[in-house]
Design a protein around this ligand. Sequence first.
Ligand code: UGA
Length: 435
Amino acid sequence: MKIAVVGAGYVGLVTGVCLADFGHEVVCIDKDEGRIAALRRGEVPIFEPGLVELVKSNVEGGRLSFASALGPAVAAADVVFIAVGTPSRRGDGHADLTHVHAAAREIAGAVSGFTVVATKSTAPVGTGDEVARIIGTVNPGADVAVVSNPEFLREGAAIEDFKRPDRIVIGTDDDRARQVMTEVYRPLYLNQAPLLFTDRRTAELTKYAANAFLAMKITFINEIADLCEATGANVQEVARGIGLDNRIGAKFLHAGPGYGGSCFPKDTTALVKIGQDFGSPMRLVETTIAINDQRKRAMARKVIAACGGDVRGRTIGVLGLTFKPNTDDMREAPSLDIIRGLQDRGARIVAFDPQGMTAASALLEDVRFAENAYDVAVGADAVVLITEWNEFRSLDLARLKTLMAAPLFVDLRNVYRPHEMRRQGFNYVSIGRSG
Ligand code: UGA
C-alpha cells in the first residue's frame, strides 16, 4: 500500500514509521521544513524508545521517506492519514480543528483515484463529516472515503502499542474503505488484534470515552488513596484487591500525584465540551477534571505538611519532572504545579529529570537543574519523587541520605517500600499507605 501521513508529530511519526515497518510505502509530510530536514538526516525530534532505530531501518529499506510538500505523496497514496495536532482552543477548551481542516483542504486539492482519508488526530464527533464536506467542496470530483481511525498509543510505549494493540477502531460506512483499511492493518490482523468496524461518529467518540474512562479510573484510585491515608488502609493492596476482579482490571490503578500529559487533560476537557454542545452533560468527567486539578496543588501541601508545615528557605530536591517516565514531555505535568506550590511558600527547588530538563527550564523559574539524582539530594531538607523513572527505582539510598540535610523522602509514586525506607533511617511519606 502507498500511504501518506500528514503531520510528522508524535502520532504521525509513530504511525508512519510502524506502517513502513509493516512493509507499506510511507511518506511522512510536515510543513515544518526544519523538522523534515532533520528527519532526513536521521534526527528524530521527539524522545520515544526505539523510534530512532525504526526510522533508520525503514529509511534504509526504502519504505519510509519525508516531504514538506503534500502533493505528490497524496496523489500517489491509497490512504492518507491526518495526524496533525488538535490542541485545546484557548478560552473554551474545545479541540482546535484549524490544522485538521487545513489538511483536509490541501488533501482535497491533491488526491487522485480512490483514496481513503483517515483521521488519526483526536477530534470531536462530527469532525469526519466536516472533513468529508470540505473535501467535497474543494474538489467535487474527488473519489474519497473519510474514515475515523483513532490511535490509542501511550507515550514511552508507542511502538509496542502500535504493533501489539488491544484493538483497532475503524469508523466508516464505505465498503471499499473497509477493504483498504483491512489491508493496511493486515500484519496486525494476523497477530489477531481485533479490527472493530463501526460508523465514523462512534469511532470518534470511542477515543474520547477511552481516555476519559482511564482518567476517571486514575482519579478514583487517587481518591481512594486519600481515604486510605485517613483510615489507615493501604491503597496498593486495595488496588490489587479490586484489580483482580476481571470486570475492573488491574491496570491504571496506580495512585499518584494526578494524571498529566498531552492527552487526558485535553481530551477530558473536550469531551465535556462535546457533552455540552449536544445537551448531554458529562458530569463524571467534569468532576474528574476538577479533582485532578486540585490534586496537583494538594501534592505541594502534602510535601509542606511532611516538612512540618513550613518550607520557607528550605531546599527541596525533586526527582522526575516529566508527566510520566520515558518521555521528555512536560505538558500538564504534575511537577509544574507541585514545584510552583512549593516555591509560593518560599522553598528553594533543585530538580533532576533524565529527559525533561530542557522543556522544564522553559516552564519553570528559579529552579536549579541538577546533574543527577544524588546532586539533587545535596543539602536537601526533603527529596520528592514525582516521576517514576527506572533510574529512581534503584537509588543508593544510604548514599542519598548522607548527602541530605534531613532524611525526609516523599514518594509520590509509591516506588519504595515504607518499612525498608524506615529501616534505612528515612522519614518516609508516600501515597495512600500509612504502614
Ligand atoms: C494516554 C492513553 O493511555 C493512550 O491510550 C492514548 O492513546 C493517549 O493518551 C492519547 O490519547 O494519545 P499517555 O498520555 O501517553 O497515553 O500516557 P499514560 O500512560 O496513559 O499516562 C497518563 C497519565 O496518567 C500520566 O501522568 C501517568 O503518570 C498517569 N497515570 C497512569 C497514573 O497516575 N496512574 C496510573 O495507574 C496510570
